[in-house]
Design a protein around this ligand. Sequence first.
Ligand code: NAI
Length: 482
Amino acid sequence: MKIAVAKGDGIGPEIMAAVLKIFDANRVPLEYEYVDMGKWVFDKGFSNGMTPESQHTIEELGLLFKGPMETPKGKGVKSVNVTARKTWNTYANKRVFQTLHGVDTVFSKAGIPIDITIVRENIEDTYGGIEHMPTHDVALSRRFITRPGSLQVIKYAFEMAKKKGTKRITCGHKANIMKLTDGLFLDCFNEVAKEYPDIKADDVIVDDLCMKLVTRPDTFDVVVLTNLQGDIVSDLCAGLVGGLGFAPSANIGDHISIFEAVHGTAPDIAGKNIANPTALLLSGIAMLRHLGLMENAAIIENALLFTLESGVHTGDFGDKNIPSVNTTKFADTIIENFGKTPEHGARPLLPNMPVTPTLFKLDQNAMMVSKEMQNEKIIGVDMFIASSEQPEYIAKKCQRHAGVKFKLVSISNRGTQVWPTGSVYTNLVNEYNVRFESIDGELNQQDVIGLYVSLSGDFKICSLELLNMWGDKKAYSLAQGQ
Ligand code: NAI
């Protein structure tokens, strides 16, 4: 089996060399094709941080093992790490956080075991990075939560939980506030849960989840979240087990998967041969299991656990009374410990069952539509306008433009209604949402354009959103206080 390997920037090449040395010493049956990605590729003028040849190789091989990569600051380029995850639709980000004996934390000292898997949606949410500034004072981000995207990651989480023999799967969300976006994610979770009656499925509001994770981490098993919340919660979980040096990450897609550590390029210690390769090694071990190389994975993981238990450590963790070792020595000690069994959490030696990657070729983009629209109608429009006038004054002007088709129903500012009712104690910014609804039922797009043209005589219209009804369901939110 051949996989693509990108060494990465900063400490990337050092920790990748350490991990591949361990793999080679264990005769892992993999061939590596090195690909060009990262900072120096940006510097050469490739704006997405990878060469076309690298992209081709990864798409051919279907699996990328990568070191951390730096995103050049202030050059307007996007992170190659995020580009890779999104371009290849690695929709599920799986991060496993387990108590590691030899890595002291408040929980390990208190004898509280941790074994939490976070499955984070990896493509959508605010990570689309679709942002605009309608006025100098206002920056907006579009948050995409889609039904097909949510179903993909949630189905993956349940399937993984079933294979792992998990008892509980929890959805973290903020559907009490973001009723349509997080509400959609939660609906998808409840829908998929029905197909897995043997797994206890529950949901927790994300702030409560954070509190519970730091007070009773041992009660959680698999947690599935949207992208940004999942990013934050998974770093919190990394802290529970000893920090980013112990946090592996698998980005799973149907065609291409990417295995990497959660941490970055650690520029402060790069080139010193002192970085901790554990997180990348744990990611590599997860990759071996993904490829069915169970025996290699178990021998290497047992050797790693044995090494940690014996007190061998790099400078970033462990008993300060025991001198730390460098990256090379840490890797060599793991190699010396092949065949040894750790006292805690020894992995069973299962035979290798190599999995051939599903390398289906795509000649066009897959369109994911989960439901056809039915009984869809437009009943109004939100016009987002730039103005620093008072709501009453704006209302008077807007009513003149409403004509015979529309009525002005509300004006809100930062999501809080300020007209027809509101409070003078609500502070305003210079972008309003002016909501018009149809006087007698359905509208078409020409009606909306007519209103746009008329209103543009008085205001700069920054953007508009149609108010859709799906049957008797409002496909839009109400303003606070509306
Ligand atoms: P970082 O994770 O690189 O470093 C944070 C702190 O943790 C530093 O003190 C560092 O020395 C330490 N650290 C991290 N990994 C370590 C290891 N294996 N062994 C010992 N100590 C370790 O985060 P930072 O400084 O925010 O980001 C640096 C660069 O990395 C940025 O350019 C960022 O864009 C990139 N980055 C890349 C990621 C990826 O490739 N997936 C993920 C996160 C950041």
